[in-house]
Design a protein around this ligand. Structure first.
Ligand SMILES: [Zn+2]
Length: 211
C-alpha cells in the first residue's frame, strides 16, 4: 500500500496531475499508469480480440509474458533438460523464446507464406515485439486485430508443432500449418459481421478470404 501511495504521489508535480496533458485527473490514465503503461493495455486488447480463437489468445498472451516453458526457461527453473537444442531445425540453437518464435529457420517458411498472404511486412522476433510492431503500424484497428490474430495463431501452431516433434517424434509440415492458420482466420472473419468502421480494411479482408 505504501508503494502505491508513493507511486501516486509521483503523479502530482507542483499541484498538477501529470498523466493528462491538461493536468486534469483521469481514472483511465491512473489505471494505465498502475498497470504499467498504455502499451501493455493495447497489446492485451489486440491479443484478446474477437478475431482470435480463445486457445490462440491464451498461448499468445503467455508467450508475450515469456511464460512458455521453453527449454531455456525450464533450465532457469533448474529442471533438467538433457538436450537444450531446438528440435524444429538443425541449427543446434538453444530453444529460447527468441529462437523458437523469431529466428528458427524452420518457422521462416510459415512467416513468408503468411506475410505474402496478407501483403504486409512484420518485425521478426520475440512474440511481444511482433505485437508491438503491429500496434505501431498506421493501420486501421480492424487490420491490426486481424494481423494480431494471425500472429497469435502462428505462435500457437509453432508451439504445438514443437511439442509434437519433441514428445511424439511427429513431423508437422510448414504447408499444413499455413493452411490451418488461413482456415482458422477465414472462419473467424466470416463469423464476425464487419461494421462500417471496417470499411477501409475491406480490400485487405477480401484479399485474405480469396487467397
Ligand atoms: Zn530452431
Amino acid at each position: 500500500m505504501n508503494s502505491l501511495k508513493e507511486k501516486m504521489q509521483e503523479w502530482y508535480v507542483q499541484g498538477k496531475y501529470i498523466l493528462t496533458p491538461k493536468g486534469d485527473y483521469s481514472i483511465t490514465s491512473s489505471y494505465n499508469a498502475l498497470m504499467g503503461g498504455q502499451d501493455k493495455m493495447e497489446n492485451a486488447s489486440l491479443i484478446w480480440s474477437k478475431f482470435a480463437q480463445p486457445k490462440h489468445r491464451l498461448i499468445a498472451w503467455l508467450a508475450t509474458k515469456k511464460r512458455m516453458l521453453t527449454k531455456e526457461r525450464l533450465g532457469q527453473m533448474r529442471i533438467t533438460v538433457t538436450d537444450m537444442a531446438c528440435c524444429l531445425c538443425d541449427d543446434q540453437a538453444i530453444e529460447t523464446s527468441q529462437h523458437l518464435f523469431g529466428n528458427c529457420p524452420w518457422i521462416q517458411g510459415i512467416r513468408r507464406s503468411l506475410l505474402q498472404w496478407t501483403d504486409t511486412q512484420l518485425h521478426a522476433g520475440e512474440p511481444k515485439l511482433v505485437f508491438d510492431s503491429i500496434r505501431r503500424k498506421h493501420w486501421q484497428k480492424l487490420k491490426k486485430e486481424v494481423m494480431a490474430a494471425i500472429w497469435g495463431a502462428t505462435i500457437y501452431h509453432i508451439w504445438t508443432a514443437k511439442n509434437k516433434k519433441l514428445f511424439q517424434n511427429g513431423n508437422v509440415q510448414v504447408d499444413t500449418i499455413v493452411t490451418q492458420i488461413k482456415k482458422e482466420i477465414k472462419e473467424r472473419i466470416s463469423m464476425i459481421k464487419l461494421s462500417n468502421r471496417g470499411s477501409m480494411s475491406r480490400g485487405f479482408i477480401q484479399r485474405l478470404l480469396c487467397n
